[in-house]
Design a protein around this ligand. Sequence first.
Ligand code: HEC
Ligand code: HEC
Ligand code: HEC
Ligand code: HEC
Ligand code: HEC
Length: 350
Amino acid sequence: MLVLNRIAAGISLLLAICGPASAQQSPATLEIIELWRLSGHADAASASFTHWEGEAEVPANCATCHSGEGFRSSYGIDGSAKGEVSHPIVPGGVIDCATCHEPGVSEIASVRFPSGLEIDPPAGSATCMTCHQGRQSGINVASAIQEVPDHEVNPELGFINPHYAVAAATLYGSEVKGGYEYPGRTYSGRFAHVPTFSTCIDCHDPHSTQVQVGTCTGCHQVADLTAIRTSAADFDGDGNVTSGIHAEIAALHAKLHDAISHYAANVAGTPITYADRFPYYFVGNAELTPANRYASWTPALLRAAYNYQFIAKDHGAYAHNPHYALQLLHDSIADLAQASGLNIELGERP
Ligand code: HEC
Ligand code: HEC
Ligand code: HEC
Ligand code: HEC
Ligand code: HEC
């Protein structure tokens, strides 16, 4: 019932956008509604929207990204104060049509990232960039570890989770510092790609959220996006320079996993296990429960574990900013391998 109400709300918004002449919905418009209805943005049953079920409200620091109503409030588009969610958001909302189409949304001139750095969003992408930027930054990680020697276990340290689907932070790379960047190293900024395929909605349909694969194949003659490759160097040290760039990133990601395990056991002194469930890093072979979360962090382990999760939580990193991803992985592996005496084959750093 709730979902039906939302679709009705979508249609009435559409009337507001297009005027009463479109009371007879055109097939194109019905198709848009259908694309959106089948997308994650409309999936009221997903953990992204049910997380607050039974609670009175979605906390203000979550609501901006977990409901259209919260998004509008945080930008002051609903007439409330700008810069915060200023009224209680009742759980159950999704990313509705008005999230992106309410008058005022197209005037958002600046998007602030968790690092505090700001970006002028390209037309139509301020919405995506606000919600898909994560909740942490490499700068936050650096400030959490600054007082502690690199390889000293400190009980005050805890894992810092970048949050999920952090595409915009990857895309803008060093311009917004979503990843932990090692001192003395240089990192790629925004992935320029080609001018016609450089923004979120150049590659993703804004309603289905799917990548418009047919538009890629004009330049990349591949059957599968993960096979795309234009970079010439061998980044993962396996001698293969024809596999997709996706495979180079995946191989280095797996090597970082190994480097984290080796370092934890040999330098931090407590074995570690990663699992794709909160809180992600667990003690050795213990049961995967929050009570068994890993607690023997050194600064070096924490920053590498952050970068590992940053790449893990952007399934499109290979297309959002392949070289930034490779740089973060290279530097994280090298840092841990050196400290723990692990011999890992690393290819060229981009
Ligand atoms: C108000 C916040 C918000 C805005 C604005 C937003 N998204 Fe999302 N997006 C989400 C949330 C929350 C999810 C997860 C939905 C779910 O779990 O069902 C999501 C899911 C996605 C997914 C699927 C990811 C997955 O893991 O299944 C893609 C792709 C996506 N969004 C792209 C975009 C693009 C492109 C835009 C801009 C046109 C955009 N989003 C705007 C919050 C937002
Ligand atoms: C900057 C935007 C943003 C903020 C703020 C935010 N989230 Fe999210 N969150 C997202 C996006 C985007 C996703 C969707 C990830 C995906 O597609 O799997 C997500 C996913 C989730 C999920 C589902 C995780 C999963 O594994 O499927 C939970 C639970 C969640 N967020 C909790 C929270 C809580 C609690 C807060 C507030 C303390 C919060 N979020 C604040 C953007 C945000
Ligand atoms: C996550 C953001 C987002 C959401 C949610 C969203 N739209 Fe859109 N919509 C866009 C963007 C961005 C464009 C502009 C696309 C472009 O310029 O290629 C657009 C374009 C449109 C258009 C014009 C189509 C065209 O071909 O020019 C219509 C009509 C529309 N949306 C209706 C809706 C309806 C109805 C809903 C809810 C069922 C909805 N939108 C939900 C982002 C969104
Ligand atoms: C060069 C094209 C391109 C651009 C630009 C782009 N993406 Fe992607 N995106 C992709 C590809 C390719 C994938 C992987 C798709 C897949 O696996 O289905 C992806 C994956 C994603 C995912 C994860 C989907 C999932 O199922 O887990 C999200 C979320 C996302 N993109 C959001 C965005 C946002 C937000 C922007 C703008 C900041 C953006 N993308 C810009 C191509 C692009
Ligand atoms: C107009 C031609 C063109 C189109 C269309 C195009 N690309 Fe590209 N793509 C390029 C060029 C040129 C490069 C090299 C850019 C660079 O290295 O800076 C590239 C690089 C890439 C890379 C990085 C490969 C590597 O080895 O580093 C990925 C991934 C990618 N494109 C994905 C996509 C996706 C996904 C689409 C469709 C949504 C797409 N491209 C559409 C021209 C295009």
